[in-house]
Design a protein around this ligand. Structure first.
Ligand SMILES: Nc1ncnc2c1ncn2[C@@H]1O[C@H](COP(=O)(O)OP(=O)(O)OP(=O)(O)O)[C@@H](O)[C@H]1O
Length: 207
């Protein structure tokens, strides 16, 4: 269970805007996050990951306090150990596909399974510059899952994938999420693409 209750001022073009959220994400659930551009969807994920600090609030994950501004408690991103799929992938330019996954886990069988799920077996020795956009995006997803996180935060994770690849990947991810019992938050512009995930929806309006 993730319990968030915080307020973060956003640097919007039209002056100040705030992202205020008081919400509970059930353990092991998938939450699909929608809302207009600039509403603060990416900011929400980064606040949970500890990459952006809100002015005030609390975040509790599976009974552990990650943030409590009144107590000046703020767990570092390293200690939160969330899986994060960045909108722009944030891959390491000098690492091959295999090395990205080895950086996250030492379990060779697990790496093999991830490569199969991401259809990247034939590209294990390739660096990101030699991958297509869709392959890079799948690597970003695999790397985030490789650490077997209890919390997985995904920012537009399927935007570069075609329909067929997306459908088969989502079907595999559903099984993996259940196996890992991780709590997943997925930001998407496209409500339809997440239909296959059974889960709740959260609308961020930015008001
Ligand atoms: N570290 C930060 N501190 C304060 N405001 C920020 C920070 N990073 C981004 N912002 C501002 O927060 C607002 C929301 O950005 P965010 O990327 O969270 O929106 P979004 O809902 O994910 O949008 P999109 O759908 O276009 O990706 C923007 O106006 C942006 O300038």
């Amino acid at each position: 269970m993730i319990i968030v209750d915080f307020e973060k001022k956003l640097k919007a073009y039209n002056g100040q805007q705030a992202l205020k959220l008081n919400h509970q994400f059930a353990a092991g659930s998938v939450t699909k996050i929608y809302g207009p551009s600039g509403a603060g969807k990416s900011t929400l994920l980064k606040v949970i990951a500890g990459l952006i600090n809100p002015e005030a609030g609390t975040i509790t994950v599976n009974g552990e306090t990650w943030l409590d501004t009144t107590k000046q408690l703020n767990l570092s991103p390293q200690k939160r150990r969330v899986g994060f799929v960045f909108q722009d992938y944030a891959l390491f330019p000098n690492m091959t596909v295999q090395q990205h996954l080895e950086y996250a886990t030492t379990d060779a069988d697990w790496i093999k399974r991830l490569l199969t799920i991401g259809r990247l077996e034939a590209f294990a020795t390739h660096k990101p510059a030699y991958l297509s956009g869709g392959q890079q995006q799948r690597l970003a997803i695999l790397r985030a899952i490789a650490i077997k996180p209890k919390v997985l935060l995904m920012d537009e994770p399927f935007s570069a994938l075609d329909k067929e690849v997306k459908a088969s990947l989502i079907s595999d991810l559903k099984k993996l999420f259940a196996e890992l019992n991780c709590t997943v938050l997925i930001v998407s512009h496209n409500q339809q693409e997440l239909e296959a995930f059974e889960g709740t929806e959260l609308y961020i309006s930015g008001e």
